[in-house]
Write a protein of this length. Sequence first.
Length: 563
Amino acid sequence: MSFSENAITVLKSRYLKKNGLGEVIETPDEMLQRVAKHIAQTEKDFDYWYEKFYEFMASLKFLPNTPTLVNAGNPLGQLSACFVLPVGDSMEEIFEAVKQTAIIHKTGGGTGFSFSRLRPKGEVVQSTKGVASGPVSFMKVFDCATESVKQGGVRRGANMGILRVDHPDIMEFIHCKEKEGEISNFNISVAITDDFLEKLANDEEYDLINPHTKKSVGKLKASLVWDEVATNAWKNGEPGLVFIDRINRLHQIKGVEIEATNPCGEQPLLPYESCNLGSINLSKFVKDGAVEWEDLKETVHTAVRFLDNVIDVNNYPIDQIKNETLKNRKIGLGIMGFADMLVDLNVAYNSQEGINIASKLMDFIQSQSHIASSDLAQKRGCFPAWEESIYKDQNILMRNATTTTIAPTGTISMIADCASGIEPYFTLAYHKQVLDGKKLKYVNERLLDRLQSSGINVEDFLEELIANGGRLKGLNVPKSLEDLNEVFVTSMDMDYTAHIDMQAAFQAYTDNAVSKTINMPNSASVDDVKQAYLYSIKKGLKGLTIYRDGSRNVQVLVSASNK
Ligand code: UDP
């Protein structure tokens, strides 16, 4: 086993079992044995699958999402990262959802909600003759509940709050996180409809619909709302966009409506659905400058089986969630370490070749995962809602309504010691302040290898690199290192189109959605943000999060998790 020092620190803080005194009583190896044992328990040939599951985690080729690593074989037993809960338009329903949220957060799951069913602020409430306080005010209730559960839970509870662009309170929603620190346990996104985009293209007004009465209660100019969204995103990265009609058009199950996604946006789900994720570490699949396709194929098949087993051994926190999850049996296999793979292939992230590799790779992973799910369906049966799915029309048996999702892998990439998700490197080197005031130096390992074999004074060069913000671009690079300039790119070295092109390349071959931040330089304008929006629509994304460098005091994207 090859956990790095950083990985062991992360594992000790939250993942390894502790006794009543808070002392760690499990080794990383025992953690993997616990997980493999729990997930293989449904298998007839337990020994074989236990060994396989253990081996592909121990070699760091695959890791499941955090709740599986933490809870498998432990009393909580809740294994999924992603949930969507419905929020109905009554006090009972709202507070029921708050309670369910607390239960999910306690186990390490993240929750997404649409607040679009709530009547707008100011509408009379029949039973009390008082006035409704509207979606934003109730979001604050969820936010406070999250804050309180945070202390005792497996990890910080995360939420996604979504409001349809045609909800009468849309303007208040767009501005609701303007003040830094407000509703801080939520990411927020506006659900953009096709109707809205049409009105925007024609520079027209669109109707605001009261969800309670279903009647139009006013109109807004589409371009004005678009401007407000872009201006706020420019200011502090929020709100994001979710193209809700597109998500529903591409949904694998017919006759039902998706309203929301999980906290980081990569997993659209039906009300009460949950999904478990797992990611393949691509940094382990390059040998002598070439992708090891056979090994990757086998890993995909094992991963699909693993994630399908998770559904059956999962301890669901609420009965409705169990029922809805078992109908569609969605799983989300994704990847991490993509930036490392590109460096090992000597290909630049922001190049046509980089995009081509992304497409070829995800096409392969998606089609192999479908084959794996289809194989499982032959033995274990199709998912119960198969009759209502696109797979019935195509006459393809499937065990899972979806198989692929690209998660951020914020923590599991630290455990696997690879680049997170499909993100480019955020920085190549930086000083990290540690508790006793000492400075530790972080350097991208692949770069360090190349520097050490180049014959230059590595220490001096690293100081210059750190002073240059951890980027090779703009640095006086010695002749012997010039070829590195192109391949060791960071997220700030490329413009937003390169980020969106990469997200689109992966989205084209992903059943669910793709987590990605579209980084922009501090100098970007509101107009650039709007251009990025239009470009993302043209390229077929399901959603978009932009972040302008330095626009938040507390930068959410910590370089350490993006190395
Ligand atoms: N998530 C959460 N709280 C967190 C981080 C993540 O609830 O602090 C959930 C959320 O639904 C997110 C998903 O886990 O979209 C996957 O996030 P990530 O891949 O970063 O999780 P990891 O498995 O690496 O911890």
